[in-house]
Every structure is written in structure tokens, then in C-alpha cells.
Design a protein around this ligand. Structure first.
Ligand SMILES: *Cc1c(COP(=O)(O)O)cnc(C)c1O
Length: 355
């Protein structure tokens, strides 16, 4: 069945009625990675190229923003407020989407990563935020979702007093997971591609940060009766904490769609082996993932998310046996490679020497 037919399936409840603006290009490509599969000794490796969603260097947040900005537009907002790490892809894409819709964008950058390197602080996504004309604020802490959200609401109040109509995209849990709906859509899109091309996969590997991508994809697949395991690779918090977060989000998504719960506890799979040394910091496995993907498939990963998820993919390939067919969701984030330039180039070169 085509993905457009799946989207209006009663199994996805109210999905097609909820406010949405089209920002990205879909479907994103589903590509084989034969050289990576061969190197890892597995039957097949696939990548869903959500780094190619089109808008301003692309990435998973394009799909998520379609629902947040749909809501913003239905409330007649003229200004978007969003918070994230210094090298956040979400804020860069919110700024780009706001431009496209004729809105202003105010961005709060949190000190989540202990890096004082001027390249980290000015290149990559920060550079793009400036090109896109966003107004930038900084927030001194990095592990304070509630405080960061509270500050955004304070900025929103002062904008409201000046006659603007702000819309806040919240960070912490406890709000409607509108962004995850973008990945319910992606699940329908992916299923249609797998069916059409008669591709069978044993497992899907995805980074798990706020959880919107992981929870949305998992909910969409299960609602559409697909039982492929989805393994989340922790990039922000440990597996125990992230498991609770994903479970809660899956039930909130089902409520939003007005469908019965479809995700069981056993469906929520997470590994945190590649989280160290912490959010936005590169471990050796992530550097290996970046160099291996680049040098087998020409596929560029980002240092914060997709590199760690690919480290999980490589680990699954090595431990799961030669008959496997694995699918990787590339969530984008590629502008951040420039912000990690010096460190990454140096460590990637060492890999070359070791090969
Ligand atoms: C935000 C982000 C993630 C994590 O997605 P969540 O939906 O927040 O879990 C993964 N990859 C990239 C490139 C991102 O920007």
C-alpha cells in the first residue's frame, strides 16, 4: 500500500486531521549499503536517508517541525521560540522553517556540552542560525529542561507584551509530543518503501534523544501492524531513564491520535553503551562509526547523534550473526561535523593510520 493510503488508515487515528505544514521532501531515499554490510559481515545493511529531508541541510527535525509549525500557524503565531544545545539541529531547522513561513525565530542556546573551543561555539549550526537571521539567547545550564522551558516562556511573555504572537516549542516531557507525529508519518513512509521493494529487515536502529523520533517511529510501526524491532541508541541519558521516557511518550502519542496503546513494554529497546563520555562528546566507537560509514559508503554522519547510533548498528551487526539485515535511520545533523572539525579530523586520521 502507498504511504499516502497508510496515512489515512484508521489505525493511525486522527493523524491526517492534525495541523501540519509541509516543510520537507518525502519520501526520503531508502538506500542499500553493500560495502558496509560486507565489511561488517552481515547479509544486508540499509539506510533511510532522513538527513535528506531537504530544508536547510535536512535532518529528522524537519518532520517534527511540520506538526509544531502546523499548530503554530493554526494559532496565528508570528514568532517561534525554541531552546537547544549550542550545536542544536532542531533550532537551526526551526529558524529555517520560520523563514519559510514568514515568522521570526528566537533561539535559546544551552550550555550542554563542556566545550569552549571557538569553532564549536561559532561554526556549524550556530553559523547557520545567524545566516537564517534568528535572534540568539544563551542559557547557562545544560541539564535543566524545566528551567530552559521556563525561560522560553518568560521571553514569550515579554514578546506578547510588545504585541507579538509567540509560539513556544517546548523541550521537556509533559507536553503534547507533536514532533513525534512526524515519525508516525515516517513509519508509514518506510513501510510502504519496504513493501514496494520487497525488503526484509530484522531490526531498525535509531538514535534516541528527546525520544520523539524513536517513540513516533515505534508507535507508527506497531499501529500499522509491523513488528520489526526498533533499537534506540541513547545519546542523552542512560537506558533506564530513557526507557521510561519512551514508554510515556508512546502512550501520549496514542492519546493524541486517539488510538488504543499499541506499544508494549517489551517493544522499548534501548542501549546506552555508546553514550559515554556524554551528550555531544565523542567516544572512540563514534569516531570509528564516522570513519567506517564515510570510507565504505561515502555516508557522512554527525558527531552528536548519528555517529553514536551507527556505533550501535555496528555493534548489533557484529554480535547478531551473518544472516542479519539491518536498517539505520540517518537522522541528519551533518552541519555539526564542521563544529567538531579539528578534533574529528585528528582522530579520524588516526583511524586511517590504524587501518
Ligand atoms: C535531535 C536529533 C536526534 C534525536 O532525535 P530525538 O527525536 O530528539 O530523539 C537525532 N539525530 C539528530 C541529527 C538530531 O538532530
Amino acid at each position: 500500500m502507498a504511504s499516502t493510503d497508510l496515512l489515512v488508515s484508521p489505525r493511525l487515528g486522527r493523524l491526517s486531521e492534525l495541523a501540519r505544514v509541509r516543510l520537507g521532501q518525502a519520501p526520503t531515499p531508502l538506500e542499500p549499503m553493500p560495502r558496509l554490510a560486507e565489511r561488517l559481515g552481515i547479509r544486508q545493511a540499509w539506510v533511510k536517508r532522513d538527513d535528506c529531508t531537504g530544508l536547510a541541510f535536512g535532518g529528522n527535525k524537519v518532520r517534527q517541525l511540520e506538526f509544531y509549525l502546523g499548530q503554530a500557524r493554526s494559532e496565528d503565531a508570528d514568532t517561534i521560540l525554541i531552546t537547544g544545545a549550542v550545536q542544536s539541529n532542531f533550532v537551526r531547522l526551526a529558524a529555517a522553517a520560520a523563514c519559510q513561513l514568514g515568522m521570526e525565530c528566537h533561539i535559546q542556546l544551552e550550555e550542554r556540552v563542556p566545550k569552549s573551543d571557538p569553532v564549536y561555539r561559532n561554526s556549524g549550526n550556530v553559523f547557520l542560525d545567524k545566516i537564517l537571521g534568528a535572534k540568539l539567547y544563551s542559557y547557562p545550564r545544560g541539564e535543566d529542561e524545566e528551567g530552559a522551558d521556563r525561560r522560553l516562556h518568560e521571553i514569550a511573555s515579554s514578546l506578547r507584551e510588545k504585541g507579538r504572537r509567540p509560539y513556544v516549542i517546548p523541550l521537556g516531557p509533559g507536553h503534547k509530543p507533536l514532533g513525534a507525529l512526524g515519525y508516525v508519518v515516517a513509519a508509514a513512509e518506510l513501510l510502504a518503501q519496504l513493501e514496494e521493494r520487497e525488503v526484509h529487515v530484522d531490526k531498525i536502529v535509531v538514535p534516541s534523544g528527546s525520544g520523539a523520533t524513536h517513540a513516533g517511529l515505534l508507535t507508527g510501526l506497531r499501529a500499522l501492524d509491523c513488528s520489526i524491532p526498533v533499537m534506540g541508541v541513547c545519546v542523552r541519558r542512560n537506558a533506564a531513564a530513557q526507557t521510561e521516557r519512551i514508554k510515556a511518550q508512546c502512550s501520549e502519542i496514542a492519546q493524541l491520535l486517539e488510538i488504543p496503546p499499541v506499544v508494549t513494554n517489551g517493544d522499548v529497546l534501548l542501549i546506552d553503551d555508546f553514550l559515554a563520555p556524554g551528550y555531544g562528546q565523542l567516544g572512540d566507537a563514534a569516531v570509528e562509526a564516522i570513519t567506517l560509514s564515510a570510507r565504505t559508503e561515502g555516508l557522512i554522519l554527525d558527531p552528536v547523534y548519528s555517529a553514536k547510533a551507527m556505533a550501535g548498528f555496528i555493534d548489533s551487526a557484529r554480535s547478531g550473526g551473518p544472516q542479519q539485515s539491518l536498517l539505520f535511520i540517518h537522522t541528519g545533523g551533518t552541519p555539526a561535523v564542521f563544529a567538531y572539525g579539528a578534533e574529528l579530523a585528528d582522530r579520524a586520521n588516526k583511524h586511517r593510520d590504524a587501518e
